[in-house]
Ligand binder design. Sequence first.
Ligand code: DGL
Length: 274
Amino acid sequence: MAKNGKKIGVFDSGLGGLYIARAVRNALPQYDYVYLGDTLNVPYGGRSMEAIYNLSRAAIQYLFEEHECDLVIIGCNTASVTALRKLQQEFLPENYPDRRILGVIVPTLESATELGATQIGLIATEYTVRSKIYDEEIVKITPRAQIYGQPTPLLVPLIENNGEKYMDEVLGDYLEPLIEQGLDSLILGCTHYISIKDKVRELTKHRVRVLSQDEIIPPKLKDYLMRHPEIETRLTKDGTFQCYATDVNPSYIRNVEKLMGPDMPISQATYDFS
Ligand code: DGL
């Protein structure tokens, strides 16, 4: 077993979680971060539950063992809804009782309700909407609130393949019936959608509050670390940021450069996926 870790890991199926990692680093620059994108296995959205769990567990184990991460944030909604509970309830206590894994679903819903949301729309991958985890978790926070889920499967391919010119039409079709339900808020429940949050705000004409996880997770993490000094004091504070991917391909390199600037090296992450 590896010695106690010291860094904050952020994991996503691909690129999207880098928006969250970047926002967290900007808000809390003192800590050391390791970002891992499982670019070899993206997208997770169409996979079986077992496959998503195994891929998530392997990625987290890699961050724990190879990078001394004490805390890992699963940036991916699809992995959060599928794997987080089992990872927290079985994998951690059995293998790494002192470490922590956090997801994005509960902080997002807490944030929504703190802002007074009760009629909450959710756009996300088919998998995330169908899992009903957002619906289950909101009831625990405030039974008054309701989730209106809309799977938006065309958005990830459009975002990944420079389909901006089709975006207004596709988004408009997805959003119109949702907005008609009388929503007060709309959750962007997929890390990819952070890149189109301005477009969604424009199309909804600011009639609903658009909740984007890059704006939600940094203050929630800050609050978590304040409430958990046993974790916070173990974290190293050299202000480093390292970026890893399971497949360092040209499109990933291009996108990382766009997001993080040209000086961000990307290293190959090699580990067993089974
Ligand atoms: N990053 C995933 C999420 O937040 C979407 C992409 C995928 O299917 O892997 O749901």
